[in-house]
Design a protein around this ligand. Structure first.
Ligand SMILES: Cc1ncc(COP(=O)(O)O)c(C=O)c1O
Length: 330
């Protein structure tokens, strides 16, 4: 199966776009904390700053993307209602933003989407349509619904305003810790990591951005390595990382922006969920702990690193996989 691609690759947001997104987001959300924890540093052998996007009202960094998008959308497009595809956190973001902007949201979720996230989307007032086993089929169906019903399609990975919103994590982080030598970012579509690279280029050019993906859903990694659109099996248990194809816009930024990619197994991600719980007082979902798993796998990690805890929407399976402390270092 070949990877679906957007007809043309949109332009990445400028730093001015990212600043405007930060202003729009600041109206609704305070900056998230960035803490380090001696017990976690001792396991990692370096300072690990945890950027706590798990504290967002929807439980994930993606809430920034929806707010930034709604702030830049023409009123007539907003009024048509938004339709998108997501395994849960982008869905909650669009539902949250639609509610703030007083419009409707329709979210296509693959059958693999966790029930708790889908329930949360419904509670935010969005209409949920379940379609297809993975994001690849769900994205295609969301596009079709937009065409048939005249709604505004929001591509989860290829929308510049959403990347600008996600980038604001890093505007905060590099202001909080300008001395970071590396930041580890989990990758599904790559929209968050693309935002990290764009902000790093402006605010912290010395800082390396390292991408982390599940080896059980490596499409973005393969695309980054080959410099082409790629599809790959999507077998990860961790829903935020469950993408079966690459997204062109993030990849256009990641090609030069990422210093390296670390692939980690789903079990290593489970162990990182446990480390965040036991060593950093933090409830993370698998995708939210993947950056830490990547850091621990990276023999070249420098002395002052950040991991973005991108989400705290732990599923029952994430919680069931929690091991008692102390954990073996991975
Ligand atoms: C908690 C969490 N972390 C990481 C990711 C991956 O982000 P991106 O799709 O921007 O690469 C997602 C995607 O939904 C997510 O929900």
């Amino acid at each position: 199966m070949s990877a679906p691609t957007a007809p043309t690759v949109p332009k990445a947001p400028s730093f001015a776009d990212i600043r405007r997104a930060a202003e729009a987001i600041a109206v609704h959300l305070p900056p998230t904390p960035a803490w380090s924890y001696p017990a976690l540093d001792a396991v990692a052998g370096c300072e690990v700053v945890v950027k706590h996007e798990n504290t967002q009202p929807t439980g994930a960094f993606k809430v920034r993307g929806g707010i930034a998008l709604a702030a830049t959308m023409p009123a007539d497009q907003l009024a048509r209602g938004l339709v998108t595809a997501s395994t849960g956190n982008h869905a909650q973001s669009i539902a949250y933003a639609a509610r703030l902007a007083d419009t409707t949201a329709t979210i296509v979720v693959p059958t693999s989407a966790p029930t708790a996230k889908v329930d949360a989307v419904r509670l935010l007032g969005a209409t949920v349509v379940t379609f297809g086993p993975t994001m690849t089929e769900a994205v295609a169906h969301a596009r079709q619904l937009a065409d048939e019903r005249g709604m505004s399609y929001v591509d989860p990975g290829n929308t510049p305003a959403i990347i600008a919103g996600h980038a604001t994590v890093y505007v905060e982080l590099f202001r909080q810790r300008p001395d970071l030598e590396a930041v580890y970012v989990p990758i599904g579509s790559g929209s968050g990591a693309a935002g990290a690279c764009l902000v790093r280029d402006e605010l912290a050019p010395h800082c390396l951005v390292v991408g982390v993906q599940s080896s059980a859903a490596p499409a973005a990694y393969r695309s980054w390595a080959s410099r082409r659109a790629e599809a790959a099996p999507c077998l990860t248990r961790h829903s935020g990382l469950a993408t079966g194809h690459s997204f062109d816009l993030p990849q256009s930024v990641l090609a030069a922006g990422l210093v390296r990619f670390v692939l980690v197994g789903d079990d290593a991600i489970d162990r990182a969920v446990g480390l965040l719980a036991h060593k950093a007082h933090t409830l993370a979902e698998g995708a939210g702990a993947a950056a830490l798993a990547g850091l621990l796998h990276d023999d070249a990690r420098p002395a002052r690193c950040a991991v973005v805890c991108t989400g705290g929407n732990a599923s029952d399976d994430d919680l069931a996989a929690l091991q008692p402390s102390p954990l073996p270092a991975d």
